[in-house]
Design a protein around this ligand. Structure first.
Ligand code: NAP
Ligand code: MG
Length: 491
């Protein structure tokens, strides 16, 4: 069982839910602009496949320059009315979206798994509850922003927001983007990733079902250039991007000198530090969850394990034993722990870095087990004898690959942990509170988990420092990213 425990999932009872629900997928999917599903102006499309079978699932409209412009104009047109909508009414709309996501959650979870390859247990028990929770959380904020802004009227949103998201948590990332933007009175154009557009388009259906005013949320799909065209559009007021550091840098360059506000949630190479005095059984589970949750396609994954030298041998032996229990295979099987790699391109990136790890002299360990004949698969993999200079200790692999290093003193652990251009997440396992807080002070990371890992809550700000980006999602900081003025000293 790799799924992280989340406080928001407790009241979700799926015990009796069949895992074999069949979700029908239309052959052709259109763009969602101005409240309607429309064809791409030039009729262009691209296919999306199930990465566990390589079977085509649907054809998706490919938004070109004209479509991007149409979507931005729809968002601009809707802005006036949406800004004037009473904050309480905005909140009610967000509540309706959250409730409808709950009602359709089983269908959405199955579709998320079919299109992206993640285990159904994770889509069902993590992605969907957290997606709904994000809308619930921000629904509650919509009519309370004036209190934190300490003024009699609600503070102004920024305007038209271009939002681009990756493929690892498609619906959850859509919620992280859309919910705060709408709560703060902005309108949105969302661009999902090429390989995982289907659930965002179901979300568009939900927006129609709950009478979201036309143009307040537009969802445009595309493979290749759509994201760039969107963030470079001159009538966009804010760009919110989640994805790779290299694309994030391109976007920062293109926004520089413009009026656009920008937030970037980028890559990571999270250190996961285990001291000899840690609760070892829990730490083993935390490390497993830190790297093998969602096939390691997690920006905040604990992909560098730093273990205190005195326990390293025994700890690594126990991790290896635990790896043998990870079930790899059909993502729709509710007993599966590790599903399919999202795309062939990502599989090749992972394989390339694993080969580099071997070539550079690290020791590779993986569990042999039968894998389906078709589809994109990678076994859980562990590297020992890793040097801080090795590529597998420095580059984001974004796959089920853990690099292990050791340390002798807390100072050495900090130095190794911070020896990275990234700064998104870190984890610390120890039974000494003073040591934990000292580590948290010194780790250069936007999020530090103590004696747990991969815990998410909409009330808790999430985001990075250094090459992991800037800006926060969730919490008051996440709202500040969608408001013109400061709130509660946060901007
Ligand atoms: P990516 O290649 O950067 O793509 C992300 C999104 O940007 C996709 O929708 C992509 O569209 C679009 N895009 C590509 N080129 C663009 C451009 N020049 N201008 C604007 N948009 C562009 O990243 P990915 O491979 O999908 O996602 C993995 C990365 O995201 C990892 O590095 C991971 O760490 C990071 N991530 C970070 C967070 C966080 O919160 N910090 C969360 C999740 C993931 P196409 O799909 O059509 O190419
Ligand atoms: Mg797909």
């Amino acid at each position: 069982m790799i799924i992280p425990h989340s406080s928001t999932t407790e009241d979700w009872d799926y015990a009796s839910a069949p895992e074999s629900l069949k979700v029908s997928v239309a052959e052709v999917h259109k763009l969602f602009i101005g409240g309607k599903f429309v064809k791409a102006a030039d009729g262009g499309s691209f296919p999306t496949v199930n990465p566990a079978t390589e079977a085509p699932l649907a054809s998706i409209a490919n938004a070109g320059e004209k479509d991007v412009d149409r979507a931005v104009r729809a968002a601009r047109k809707a802005l006036r009315g949406w800004r004037r909508t009473k904050p309480l009414e905005r909140g009610k709309l967000l509540y309706r979206i959250a409730r409808r996501i709950q009602e359709r959650s089983r269908e959405l979870a199955v579709l998320e798994t079919m299109d992206g390859g993640k285990p159904i247990r994770e889509s069902r028990d993590v992605d969907l509850p957290l997606t709904a929770a994000h809308f619930f959380h921000h629904a509650g904020w919509a009519d309370k922003l004036s209190y934190v802004a300490r003024q009699s009227t609600a503070p102004d949103g920024i305007g038209v927001c271009a939002q681009v998201i990756p493929w690892n948590f498609p619906l959850m990332m859509a919620a992280w983007k859309i919910a705060p933007a709408l709560a703060c009175g902005n309108t949105v154009i969302l661009k999902p990733a090429e390989t995982t557009s289907l659930t965002a388009l179901r979300l568009a259906e939900i927006l129609q079902e709950v009478d979201c005013p036309p143009g307040v949320v537009n969802i445009i799909t595309g493979a290749g250039d759509t994201g760039r065209l969107l963030v470079e559009h001159s009538d966009v007021d804010k760009v919110a991007f989640t994805g790779s550091t290299s694309v994030g840098k391109q976007i920062a360059r293109s926004c520089a000198g413009s009026k656009k506000r920008l937030t970037l949630e980028l890559g990571g190479k999270g250190p996961h530090i285990v001291f000899a005095d840690a609760p070892i059984d829990q730490a083993i589970e935390g490390v497993v969850r830190g790297i093998w949750f969602n096939q390691g396609h997690v920006c905040c994954a604990g992909s560098r394990l730093l273990v205190e030298e005195s326990i390293a041998q025994d700890f690594i032996r126990r991790i290896r034993d635990r790896m043998k229990m990870i079930r790899v295979g059909d993502p729709l099987d509710k007993n599966t722990d590790l599903g399919a790699i999202n795309s062939l391109a990502q599989l090749n990136t992972i394989k390339g870095l694993v080969e580099t790890g071997v070539r550079e002299g690290a020791d590779r360990f993986d569990v042999k087990c039968a894998l389906p004949e078709r589809g994109f698969w990678h076994l859980p993999t562990l590297f020992t004898r890793v040097q801080p200079s090795h590529s597998i200790a420095r580059e984001e692999i974004f796959g089920p690959v853990l690099s292990v290093m050791t340390f002798r003193t807390p100072g050495e652990a900090i130095a190794r942990a911070n020896d990275t251009p990234y700064g998104l997440s870190a984890g610390v396992w120890t039974n000494k509170a003073s040591k934990a807080y000292e580590m948290a002070q010194q780790l250069r990371a936007g999020v530090v988990w103590l004696n747990c890992f991969n815990e998410f809550d909409p009330a808790s700000p999430f985001g990075g420092v250094r090459e992991s980006g800037f800006g926060r999602e969730g919490g008051m900081q996440g709202l500040a990213a969608y408001l013109r003025e400061e709130i509660g000293g946060v901007r």
